[in-house]
Write a protein that binds this ligand. Sequence first.
Ligand SMILES: C[S@@+](CC[C@H](N)C(=O)[O-])C[C@H]1O[C@@H](n2cnc3c(N)ncnc32)[C@H](O)[C@@H]1O
Length: 261
Amino acid sequence: MTDYIFGKKKATEVAHSIWKHVVKKGDAVVDATCGNGYDTLAMLNMVADESCNGRVYSLDIQESALQNTASLLDGLPDPDKKEMVKLIATCHSKMEEVIPRDVKVRLVAFNLGYLPGGDKTLITKSDTTRLAMEAASRIVASGGLISMLVYVGHAGGMEEYDTVEGFASQLSVNDWICCKLQMLNRPLAPILVLLCKRLVCWSNFVVAAIVWIVGDGLVVCVFRSVEADGVRPVTVATIARAPTFLTNFSEPRLYKMETAG
Ligand SMILES: C[S@@+](CC[C@H](N)C(=O)[O-])C[C@H]1O[C@@H](n2cnc3c(N)ncnc32)[C@H](O)[C@@H]1O
């Protein structure tokens, strides 16, 4: 991030370093626009473990893009590693049809626009990008990330950026943290939009408990969560049978303290 601020790193490199904070060995991830395969290769290096458990689902609508990605992976010294990548010729708006339902997806990455070195008229489009973001938001696991690198310099790029920003802005603050990285004095530089799906963490959720004995060995418990990062607090009340160590202490007791001297 510091290198991006000082102009030493590109947005793609920043994206890769952010992914590393989310993705672990053995994870399943999606490259929604595999193109020439550089993002796929970066993801593969993050998920590949010795037992070949990691998976990269790499999607593109262009056959030539899938071939370029396959050629890049052919250059890997370990042929087993390549088997962890599933190359799929489909529109990313259909990702739910090709990625098995039981797969826990940690990252869905988009690198929008046209294939570098390819047909510049074949670009990602706002309507399918929006559908793909909706699908990605459904399949990405809690604690996972949707990463969108958006190019605004070509025709239709700014409209697509508005779509991406519009989608990110309306996501619930209870479930998502959405932000962007943008160069202010380079209006055509790519913009990195990050959508982080909040982790549901029960240990953070219950922070206060009031317990009292009702009688007959029953307890009333009131739990209240804290308000954090704009998440509304929740109160839950329940009645349960008290454990014996609590009922034994229900009689008032007087403790006598004796001091020496
Ligand atoms: C900027 S390139 C991706 C670069 C790539 N991630 C890399 O590392 O080389 C954008 C890619 O999106 C693909 N694309 C365009 N529309 C698509 C769609 N609806 N679904 C999936 N891929 C699409 C293009 O064919 C192109 O290869």
